[in-house]
Design a protein around this ligand. Structure first.
Ligand code: NAD
Length: 474
């Protein structure tokens, strides 16, 4: 007889560990199966986010931002430094320590919540049994009343630019370079390409980003994308739009690229190549025969609005199901499913998921872009406000960017808030709260914002919807 649980979660990444902890909090006997191994070969909970994604990339973004300020930002303050240098080993070592602290933190939370942790690959079998294959190949079967699939995603590999872990790398590889590459090629001007491209650019690499789409940051509001592109160009990040990689060949210490650009075929030689053309659901080998769980054409587990697969007691959350591949979307789905399993009213509002790109300046938004409002025929009005007119931003020497609020033309309800500028990853939370409470632009305009703060840009943009921003002529 296999060991029996109330809930088994397959995958200990953001979506999975939130589901497991919430289920345990609700008094359910919970197990979590996870196969991620750290550099020491031991279990490392937290999935892509903690091991090779959100947290390590933020650590390097912060280190490289400090270095960039030292080499480019301090002089204006009268601060001079002679011969600044970067020790990449120390920088990467600091990142490793942070990763260990947080993956270990999840293990401690599992212990504190009495969650049984299984190290190995989980596979759903019939009748909610789960086979666990440990790294040494040993198999065991456990069972539960409910199983939550949270197996995450993996980088998409291009057949003509295969990852070799050294010269041609994915996001994980680009967090591990042992020195600053002189020339870095990046395929894809998406979130990963821009964030990791920025890290190495700030440390001195010549970075060329090759993006297939003709438009820069097509998912963002056009005004925000335009302002961001201007800042990236100033930083020396070369972004080629409408350019499709055709071939990447490693020759000695170099990678030779051939791509179809706007003006015909082009060639580029780089020292390292980061391929960041999106991620795909990781569901290979996760479903045994006859489970009844369906995968869609992109390999994602098919679920309804409540993350239910349609098979009794089987749920799926996070990157392995539809919706944006964002850790916080997975967090909320994991919590919601645990609550539904416990008979409570779990719910995720997909309309107010914030997006953040941790470049410099940062980019953040929630809700609809102006182009989406137009395409959907929604009558709307907008108000924008530049950080250059915000005292705190200028005092911080961070005048770049703007906040744009889009509201319904008749009801004034906030439809979208879009930002590019310093610390907008934090400022977006206010917009999400306002939207979650179905607030209007006038609500935001009438809320007191502390002075002097960056949040005044949100306040003024909301007032600008009604053409009454105070610190802006005309
Ligand atoms: P992405 O979808 O954000 O961007 C991929 C880009 O590559 C797209 O712009 C696409 O047009 C381009 N592309 C695709 N094929 C190409 C080709 N052959 N040549 C040139 N360009 C090509 O994907 P990503 O940056 O790899 O990120 C993967 C996932 O991880 C995303 O879903 C993202 O949301 C998530 N993520 C989020 C954050 C964050 O929230 N800050 C950070 C990192 C990753």
């Amino acid at each position: 007889m296999s060991e029996q649980f109330d809930v088994i979660v397959i995958g200990g990444g953001p979506a999975g560990y939130h589901a497991a902890i919430r289920a345990a909090q609700l008094g359910l006997k919970t197990a979590c199966v996870d196969m991620f191994a750290g550099k020491d070969g031991k279990a490392a909970l937290g999935g892509t986010c903690l091991n090779v994604g959100c947290i390590p990339s933020k650590a390097l973004l912060d280190s490289s931002r400090q270095y960039w300020n030292l080499t480019h930002g301090f002089e204006v303050h009268g601060i001079k430094a002679s011969n600044p240098s970067i020790d990449v080993g120390t920088m990467v070592g600091r990142k490793e320590k942070i990763v260990k602290q947080f993956t270990g933190g999840v293990a401690l939370l599992f212990k504190a919540n009495k969650i049984a942790s299984f190290f190995g690959k989980g596979r759903l079998l019939k009748e909610r049994a789960v086979e666990v294959t440990s790294p040494d190949g040993k198999k065991q079967v456990i069972s539960a009343t409910n199983v939550v699939i949270a197996t995450g995603s993996a980088p998409i590999e291009l057949p003509f630019a295969r990852f070799d872990g050294k010269r041609i790398v994915d996001n994980a590889g680009a967090l591990e370079f042992d020195s600053v590459p002189k020339r870095l090629g990046v395929i894809g001007a998406g979130v990963i390409g821009l964030e990791l491209g920025s890290v190495w650019r700030r440390l001195g690499s010549e970075v060329t980003v090759i993006e297939a789409l003709p438009e820069f940051m097509a998912a963002a509001d056009a005004d925000i994308a335009k302002a961001a592109a201007r800042e990236f160009a100033k930083q020396g990040l070369t972004i080629e739009l409408g350019a499709k990689l055709q071939k990447a060949e490693v020759r000695g210490n170099e990678v030779h690229l051939v791509y179809a650009g706007k003006d015909g075929e082009k060639q580029l030689v780089v020292d390292r190549l980061l391929v960041a053309v999106g991620r795909r659901a990781y569901t290979e080998g996760v479903l045994g025969d006859g489970t009844g769980v369906k995968l869609d054409e992109r390999g994602r587990v098919v679920v309804d609005d409540h993350c239910w697969t349609g098979v009794e007691g089987v749920w799926a959350v996070g990157d392995c199901v539809r919706g944006p591949m964002l850790a916080h979307k997975g967090f909320e789905e994991g919590i919601a499913v645990a609550e539904l399993i416990a008979g409570k009213a779990g719910h995720v509002n997909y309309e107010t998921i914030p997006w953040v790109v941790y470049t410099e300046p940062e980019i953040a938004w929630a809700g609809k872009t102006e182009a989406q409002c137009k395409a959907e025929g929604i009558p709307h009005k907008t108000g924008s406000f530049p950080f250059a007119a915000v005292g705190r931003a200028v005092a911080m020497n961070e005048p770049a960017g703007l906040v744009k609020v889009i509201a319904h033309a008749e009801t004034d309800r906030i439809l979208g808030v879009h930002m590019v500028g310093a610390c907008v990853s934090e400022l977006i939370a206010e917009a999400v709260v306002a939207m979650e409470f179905k607030g209007s632009a006038e609500d935001l305009a009438r809320i007191i914002h502390a002075h002097p703060t960056l949040s005044e840009a949100v306040h003024e943009a909301a007032m600008a919807v009604d053409k009454r921003a105070i610190h802006r002529a005309g």
